[in-house]
Write a protein that binds this ligand. Structure first.
Ligand SMILES: [Zn+2]
Length: 430
C-alpha cells in the first residue's frame, strides 16, 4: 500500500496529466481577417476587423490592426465573423429515428448510441455550435460524459459540452417507458425518483459520475397535456424543487427544468432552477415569475412544429400557437431568453433553424444572436470565457456567408469554425 505522501503525489501527477490533455499548451499565433465582425455585446458590426489569437485565447481584436510577424493568416474577408454559437438545449445521444417507434433504450446498444453521439457532436460543431448544454443522455447512461471528455482531450471533434447524464423524473411521468407489460423490466430513459430522498441520492450519483448540470422533469410530456385545458402534468412540488436545487448547489451545479407550464413550471421557478425548458404553455403569472426570479428560458420553438401529417393534430396546432404567443409576451416582458433547440429530436447540424423561427416570431436578429452567445454564456456562468470575441476570452470564432443581421438564414451557412484556437472547418481548406 502506498503511503499518504506517495499517493498524494500520484493523484497530483494524474491531475496534471489529465489537465494537459484538457488544455493543450500552444502559443501558435493566428490572425483572422474579417469582412464583417459582429459584436453581440453592443450590437456593432465592424468592417475589416482583425482578430489576433494566441494559443486558445483571443489576444487582440479591432479594426485595421496590423498583423504581427510570424502569425498564420486566415483570410475571412469575404465572410461575416461572429462568436461561436451556444445551444443551451441539446441531446447528442438522441437521433431523429429515436423519436419514432420504440425508444432507443430498447432498440440500440449504448455502444452504438455512443458512436452516433460522436458523429452528432461533430455535425453540431461544424454547424457553428462551439458550446452546448446537453440536457440528458435519454437513457444512454454516462455516454455523454465520455463524449465530453473525448472532446476535451481532443480525441474526437465536438462542441465544448456541459452534460447532465440522466434526468430526474417520476413513475408514470415523462421519460418513463409507457404502455408496457408491467411484468417486464427494461432500462428507463430517465431515473425514477419518487421522493425527495430519491432525488437527492440520484443527484449525488450523477455528479459522482460526471454530470455538469442537473436535469429535472418538472412537468410531463405531450401525452400528459390535458387535451381540453392544455394543462400539463405537474411532476414536482415546490419543496421537492427546493431540495433538488439545494442538493445541486452543494456540488456547485445548476438545475434545468423541463416544464411546459402550469404548477410544475411555477414550482420550478419559485424553487430556484436556473432555466425553464420549453415553457410553451406558461401563463402570464409564470412569465412574471421568470422575470422576478431572473430565471432563463429556453423556448425550443422549432421542435414542436409538426413534421408529419400524423403530428399535425388540432392539439399540436393549439400548442404551437400558444408557444408563439408566450414567446412574444416573454420578449415584451424582458424574460432572459436563451437559444435552445432540442436537437437530436431533429437532425444534428441543423440547429440554426431555431434562429429563423425566433426572428419569424418577432425577435430582432441581433437579439437572436445574443440569445446564443452573450446570454447563453451567462446561463452557463461562462460569460468570462465565451460568448463574445474579446481580449482574453477563448477563441471560439465562426464565419458565415452573408450577413445574419440582415438575413438570419445566413446562420444556416456556417463556413468556418474555430474552437479554443483550433480550426475545425474552413472554406480555405479542401
Ligand atoms: Zn430535450
Amino acid at each position: 500500500m502506498l503511503n499518504a505522501r506517495a499517493s498524494k503525489a500520484l493523484v497530483l501527477a494524474w491531475i496534471l496529466l489529465l489537465s494537459s490533455f484538457a488544455f493543450p499548451q500552444s502559443n501558435l499565433l493566428t490572425a483572422i481577417r474579417c469582412g464583417r465582425l459582429i459584436n453581440p455585446v453592443d450590437g456593432s458590426v465592424t468592417q475589416n476587423a482583425v482578430i489576433i489569437v494566441r494559443g486558445d485565447r483571443i489576444e487582440q481584436v479591432g479594426a485595421n490592426l496590423s498583423i504581427p510577424g510570424g502569425a498564420k493568416v486566415i483570410d475571412l474577408s469575404g465572410y461575416t465573423v461572429l462568436p461561436g454559437l451556444i445551444d443551451c438545449h441539446t441531446h447528442i445521444m438522441l437521433q431523429p429515428e429515436d423519436e419514432r417507434g420504440a425508444p432507443p433504450v430498447v432498440t440500440k446498444s449504448q455502444a452504438f448510441r455512443t458512436v452516433q453521439g460522436v458523429a452528432a457532436a461533430k455535425r453540431d460543431l461544424e454547424a457553428g455550435f462551439t458550446t452546448m448544454r446537453d440536457l440528458d443522455s435519454e437513457g444512454a447512461g454516462f455516454a455523454d460524459v465520455a463524449v465530453r471528455d473525448g472532446i476535451n482531450q481532443r480525441i474526437i471533434p465536438g462542441p465544448r459540452l456541459f452534460v447532465s447524464t440522466y434526468a430526474l423524473t417520476i413513475t408514470g411521468g415523462h421519460m418513463n417507458n409507457a404502455g408496457l407489460n408491467p411484468d417486464i423490466q427494461i432500462p428507463e430513459p430517465a431515473t425514477l425518483t419518487d421522493s425527495r430522498d430519491a432525488m437527492i441520492a440520484e443527484i449525488r450519483r450523477e455528479v459522482k459520475y460526471g454530470a455538469d448540470w442537473i436535469k429535472l422533469y418538472a412537468t410531463g410530456t405531450l401525452r400528459h397535456v390535458d387535451p381540453v385545458t392544455l394543462e400539463p402534468l405537474s411532476q414536482v412540488s415546490l419543496d421537492e424543487v427546493k431540495a433538488v436545487v439545494a442538493e445541486a448547489a452543494r456540488w456547485h451545479r445548476d438545475v434545468a427544468a423541463h416544464a411546459y407550464g402550469g404548477d410544475g413550471a411555477k414550482n420550478a421557478i419559485r424553487g430556484g432552477v436556473r432555466s425553464i425548458e420549453h415553457g410553451m404553455l406558461m401563463d402570464d403569472e409564470a412569465l412574471k415569475l421568470l422575470v422576478e426570479h431572473g430565471t432563463f428560458w429556453c423556448p425550443t420553438l422549432s421542435v414542436y412544429l409538426p413534421e408529419s401529417a400524423e403530428d399535425d393534430t388540432e392539439m399540436r396546432r393549439r400548442i404551437v400557437a400558444h408557444h408563439k404567443e408566450v414567446f412574444q409576451k416573454a420578449m415584451r416582458l424582458g424574460v432572459k431568453i436563451c437559444f435552445g433547440t432540442d436537437v437530436g429530436a431533429f437532425e444534428h447540424g441543423t440547429s440554426a433553424r431555431e434562429f429563423v423561427k425566433m426572428v419569424e416570431y418577432g425577435m430582432k436578429p441581433i437579439e437572436a444572436i445574443r440569445s446564443a452567445t452573450t446570454r447563453a454564456a451567462e446561463l452557463l456562468r461562462m460569460e468570462k470565457q465565451i460568448g463574445s470575441i474579446e481580449k482574453g476570452k477563448l477563441a471560439d470564432i465562426i464565419a458565415v456567408e452573408g450577413n445574419p443581421v440582415d438575413d438570419i438564414k445566413a446562420l444556416t451557412r456556417v463556413t468556418f469554425v474555430m474552437k479554443a484556437g483550433h480550426v475545425y472547418k474552413s472554406p480555405l481548406q479542401p
